[in-house]
Design a protein around this ligand. Structure first.
Ligand code: THU
Length: 141
């Protein structure tokens, strides 16, 4: 669980990252800001493709960027999403594929922070992905 100040900092970075979304097909832009346990922050935005399948969510862009930079320990992620022509107005939850990617690198207590422009809701990965599939213990990664 991160403190309020850290959650607000992550939300700000996620809102900023959302502006970099490339979403001409859905007009749904998402931004994510991922906090590593050593205090670094990696951001991502969704990137779409005309054949749809290659589209990558904001959360995975942030995770893969961090992992490619040698990071494997994570504390929290802030996610904001909605109609790209408007400010965020609902709590945008991570999709199932992104939850599974989080599961690859994070423990049950990893915090998932959602912001709708007014209020913050925080969940743990354990809450959003109970009984998760995995072959490795996070300690082994
Ligand atoms: N999207 C994300 O970036 N993260 C999620 O967790 C849910 C969906 C993106 C993918 C696609 O570009 C757009 O939102 C509409 O599905």
């Amino acid at each position: 669980m991160v403190n309020r100040e850290t959650a607000e900092m992550l939300i700000e970075k996620a809102l900023e990252a959302r502006k970099k979304s490339y979403c001409p097909y859905s007009s749904f832009s998402v931004g994510a800001a991922l906090l590593t346990s050593d205090g670094s922050c990696y951001t991502g935005a969704n990137i779409e493709c005309s054949s749809h399948t290659p589209t990558v969510c904001a959360e995975r862009v942030a995770f893969f960027s961090a992992v490619h930079d040698g990071k494997r320990d994570f504390s929290a992620i802030a996610i904001v999403g909605g109609d790209s022509r408007e400010d965020v107005s609902f709590h945008c939850p991570p999709c199932g594929v992104c939850r599974q990617v989080m599961s690859e690198f994070c423990k049950d207590d990893f915090s998932i922070i959602l912001y709708d422009g007014k209020t913050v809701r925080t969940f743990t990965l354990g809450e959003l992905l109970p009984m998760r599939f995995g072959l490795l213990d996070p300690e082994e990664r």
